[in-house]
Design a protein around this ligand. Structure first.
Ligand SMILES: [Zn+2]
Length: 166
């Protein structure tokens, strides 16, 4: 089995992903180090990122959606990586009902973001520093699941603890 697929299989089998809870103030990060690639998946209630969870109704809400997406596309500002790893960010993929016009009038809505870097020396990367809390003040806690060549670990980030190390 190719190591990449083995890693993904292990990751998907983690029971923690079986019950995605939607709790305002909380978000989840899945970090995978594999070969030369660093991948980060963010899953968050929109309330943390926008302050509301419905289709934008006013020009101000439409502007808020645009501003959120623009902020999330700046991977290099949201995640600070050790320069020694030589990582270059690729395009950020965003998925949310408010971005594709499918938001309903009420109920809870999420956003998923995929960040990806190609790195020249990924073993030099021993952790990441996130500025998500500064960018999105409604965000209070991030549960982190990490998978890399040496195994898996989990952690928690807060506005006071913004670095996750492995
Ligand atoms: Zn909600």
């Amino acid at each position: 089995m190719h190591p990449r697929f083995l890693l993904l299989a292990l990751f998907i089998s983690l029971p923690v992903f079986a019950a995605p809870a939607h709790v305002h103030g909380e978000a989840k990060l899945e970090i995978v180090v594999d070969g030369n690639t660093l991948a980060i998946h963010l899953d968050s209630p929109l309330a943390n990122l926008l302050g509301f969870e419905h289709a934008p109704r006013t020009p101000a809400e439409q502007q808020a959606v645009k501003a959120m997406a623009a902020t999330l596309r700046q991977a290099g500002r949201l995640f600070v990586l050790d320069a020694a790893a030589g990582c270059a960010a690729a395009d950020v993929q965003l998925a949310s009902p408010v971005l594709d016009g499918k938001a309903t009038a009420d109920g809870h809505l999420d956003l998923e973001a995929d960040f990806r870097w190609q790195c020249r020396h990924l073993p030099a990367l021993r952790g990441i520093e996130t500025r998500l809390f500064a960018a999105f003040p409604h965000l209070k806690r991030i549960g982190v699941d990490f998978a890399g060549p040496a195994g898996q670990q989990a952690g928690r980030l807060t506005p006071e603890v913004t670095r996750f190390a492995w």
